[in-house]
Ligand binder design. Sequence first.
Ligand code: SAM
Ligand code: SF4
Length: 342
Amino acid sequence: MHVRAGSPVSTTTPLVDRFGRQVNYVRISVTDRCDFRCVYCMSERMHFLPRARVLTLEELAELGRAFVELGIRKIRITGGEPLVRSNVSWLFQELGRLRAHGLAELVLTTNGSQLERWAVTLKEAGVARLNISLDSLKPERFRRITRIGELEKVLRGIQVAQAAGFERLKLNAVILKHRNHDEVIDLARFALDQGLDISFIEEMPLGVLSDHDRAESYYSSDAIRADLEKVFSLTPTTESTGGPSRYYRVSGSGSRIGFISPHSHHFCGDCNRVRVSAEGRLLLCLGQEHSVDLRHVLRAHPSDRERLKQAIIAAMAIKPHGHEFQLGGQPVILRHMSHTGG
Ligand code: SAM
Ligand code: SF4
């Protein structure tokens, strides 16, 4: 469902949806482009957006300001791969300034390929935490999953990020049966040895893929946890980083192991977030099409922040209750994760 933005709604706390959920977290995709082609995220030959359809860095900064004025406490920058966008450091600096105006956390999700070069700049701009995707510790397998990625480069990026002194680094691993499900213990051990958190993610059916059958490659969070419990002693915790991960503490370690389980454990009930695609579409749910065209508002009424804020407030009325991901058949959502902003 697409609604033309603009009509104000009367509510005292502006970003509250029909189900009483307060939205205080936005994930902003700054590009649909990427230097990897992960098999679960992209098809081999991707058609990327023409540049004119992607929000400019100035428009992205303006969006960030509007969201923070509306009470958003956490901004996650994502993509595509955010760090391949030229001059993106300017955007991080602009958004970092919002910490003086109510933004509690500026964070980033990255594939790590450019971290060696950018980690220190990001830290200086005020990025508090990083999520770094890492699906395998075996170079050839890493290459097969990402199609073009170089493991060594990512590992060097992780090292530089550790030295840069972020509050916390977390690894994200999408686990696919017969691709990397046999590596969950090694990945967890790597995270623990390095003092990092790690989240294991069930693949979500976003976009049509030719690489594999998603139902066949499904490997549940429960199966991963059972594998891990053969080696580690896991204790559930109520700790949260504001996202959908359910965390466990590992005895004898400061690290946490998390599970993001869109199939086996719905995480919609306490959803506190919205997304903005690289095209400036405000997506009210990862697993539904409900959206509002904020690029139209930004371009039709440049410098009218109040109008932009009203459009965001009005969008809360169409935030759906939850996703309807299914394992079999065609995906309901045809946009790839790289468009959505993971
Ligand atoms: N390029 C960055 C990266 O890979 O971290 C940021 C964007 S990526 C779309 C964000 C996260 O979404 C990554 O952790 C990636 O593994 C995950 N992801 C991508 N496609 C997915 C899918 N179909 N199901 C579950 N997670 C997915
Ligand atoms: Fe690129 Fe991230 Fe998608 Fe992999 S998951 S193709 S790194 S956007």
